[in-house]
Design a protein around this ligand. Structure first.
Ligand SMILES: CC(C)(COP(=O)(O)OP(=O)(O)OC[C@H]1O[C@@H](n2cnc3c(N)ncnc32)[C@H](O)[C@@H]1OP(=O)(O)O)[C@@H](O)C(=O)NCCC(=O)NCCS
Length: 152
């Protein structure tokens, strides 16, 4: 499964912003338009278009929370028509690979609505462990990027 993480630019942001999740999933993730706006006011956040076979299929954003200093994957979505083809997993694996290669992050956090069973299972299978915290009504999970977890 090859997925490409592309920097959002003036040239590709329209095709990423128009990607939508399936009906009923809207409350699991902010719109890409909102996320791009957040990235504008949080210059350290990294909004990425997800591409498969050269086609836009989703969006991922990561970065450091300026208030608490932790690093998060704060957005992940795969457009409705492209779900269940392995892209969400591949995108997370690619992002985690980049964090490890960069070498300066010890851990990364993610959060999801308690009823988002698909997200919970996906992140757990990638090595994320729930911390017991809730942030803004969402369950928090952490992946250690160093030490023994490295080979998972
Ligand atoms: C969560 C999401 C990103 C997963 O992306 P995806 O490309 O569909 O996922 P993948 O194809 O990589 O599948 C990952 C696993 O989830 C399972 N899965 C995906 N969609 C599923 C569904 N609707 N129902 C049940 N299982 C599902 C797959 O079977 C796969 O399991 P496996 O690896 O054990 O075989 C996507 O469903 C999405 O964008 N959802 C709406 C937004 C959202 O919830 N984002 C996360 C917020 S924290």
């Amino acid at each position: 499964m090859t997925i490409e993480l592309r920097t959002l630019t003036r040239d590709n942001f329209r095709e990423i912003v128009k990607l939508q999740v399936a009906p009923g999933q809207e409350h699991f993730v902010a719109s890409n338009l909102y996320s791009v706006a957040e990235a504008r006011v949080n210059p350290d956040w990294v909004p990425l278009g997800l591409y498969a076979g050269g086609q836009p299929v989703g969006f991922l954003m990561h970065g450091r929370d300026p208030d608490e200093g932790r690093d998060w994957v704060m957005r992940l979505m795969i457009a409705a028509d492209h779900q269940r083809q392995g892209y969400g997993r591949a995108a997370m694996q690619a992002a985690i690979g980049e964090f490890r290669a960069a070498g300066h992050l010890g851990e990364v956090f993610i959060s999801y609505e308690p009823e988002n069973e698909v997200a919970r299972r996906l992140y757990a299978s990638l090595g994320f462990e729930e911390t017991g915290e809730m942030v803004e009504g969402e369950t928090v999970a952490r992946l250690r990027l160093d030490g023994e977890e490295r080979d998972r």
